[in-house]
Design a protein around this ligand. Sequence first.
Ligand code: TYD
Length: 208
Amino acid sequence: MGNLRGKFITLEGIDGAGKSTHLGWLVSRLRAAGTSVVSTREPGGTPLGERLRELLLGQPMSVDTEILLMFAARAEHLARLIRPALDSGQWVVSDRFTDASFAYQSAGRGVPAERIRVLEQWLHPDLQPDLTLLFDVPPEVAGARMAGTGNALDRFERERVEFFGSVREGYLARARAEPGRIRVVDAQASPAIVQKQLEEILINLMNH
Ligand code: TYD
């Protein structure tokens, strides 16, 4: 008997990897296949979470505050959106989740991973994404993409290339540790080639 719970997909990568572009394609592709999908993001995804996002992206703060606010937003997201949607059989596609805390706050900012693990165990000991797509690009490429948009950069996007190098390594280390869940996508390729990679991964997921 298959269970009726929906599947949980998360998108990760350093800023400028292009995951927002691919999120739209991914959601349309799943809907075209007849799947009921909720598209959301972190930090954010709920009214309170979006207010916390504004603070997180704009306001200087200590790294402990940053971690706790990320997880406060996540607590709200899990309770009000992610869990109810999955329980009702909908699929959830989230632009970032807890892997981002391991990559940015631990690998990027140097906080021991154990601190993040404690909060993960508190909030979602029972829940992991069914699939995590890691959009991988060198930080120099990502930086050029961000600069090219002409948009004002937020508090994270203003970090140095060395910071994104550490974040990227953090993500890749997690992908090596959990190759079944985290699929690395070469995001340096053209959008069409990236989508081809995604298509293959999705077909696999939809058949399981
Ligand atoms: P991002 O998802 O890249 O949104 P946009 O494409 O609109 O800029 O922005 C969210 C930022 O938050 C990103 O720089 C990474 C950061 N972040 C963390 O540092 N830790 C986390 O746990 C999460 C969810 C995000």
